[in-house]
Design a protein around this ligand. Sequence first.
Ligand code: KIV
Length: 274
Amino acid sequence: MSTHKPVRRVTVTEIGARKGGEKIVTLTSYDARMAAIVERHADIVLVGDSLSMVSHGMETTLPVTLDQMILHGAAVVRGTSRAMVVVDMPFGSYEEGPEAAFRSAARVMKETGCGAVKLEGGVHMAPIIAFLTRRGIPVMAHIGLTPQSSHVFGGFRTQGRDRSTWDMHRADAAAVAEAGAFAVVLEGMVEPLAAQISRELPIPTIGIGASAECDGQVLVLEDMLGLSPRVPRFVKRYADLGAVVEDAVRRYAEEVKDGKFPTTDQVYPVDPAG
Ligand code: KIV
């Protein structure tokens, strides 16, 4: 008899069924311990390429490698049992064409055990999304502000401020849905455009700096916990863990300097007679 509890994770079908219904809770996590806490309340745990900055101290998302994404993705899958784990495809691992994208995405799926991958881009990435989904790889799309293209766009600007660009963003959204993406992240998009796209699309939209009309929200965990040095203005802070950690480390340092180490004889008293 197997002693393993069967693992029942959130599926892409269940996420799709939430369109226009109960909002989809999504948060990033990059390691097993945090992911285990996050999945108690989140439907989707995203192993975002933001780990490039948060965990590896890089300036942007561009340097993170496929191997690094796989390392973190596998840790998050091990730490969770219920949420759907989505792993970001890093810059350079999928844009070249469908075959290259498939090879990278297949590695991510096989080596992490995640439920889906996420990639950035709209109309021009639709053929790649279609190629992956028809070969068994669920794809979450990501449009609007796409950080992997920040060098082309000249920085991180909220998209859709100029109304003449709205049709382009709506076309991106329609193309990724048509290509088979099961959900789409709308990042850094003016509210009425994100709301309109959310009403128009048949698949769930997950906003980050977008609209409350999106079908769910994603935030970078460290941003909402007060662990990031700089956060976008739309991020609500739910805790100030940076201060909590610093205070604990300060008290620890004081005690160590004072020679106040917990010693083993407090835990395992030695019987002087024995
Ligand atoms: O990398 C990431 O964390 C993301 C979210 C911000 C959507 O892509």
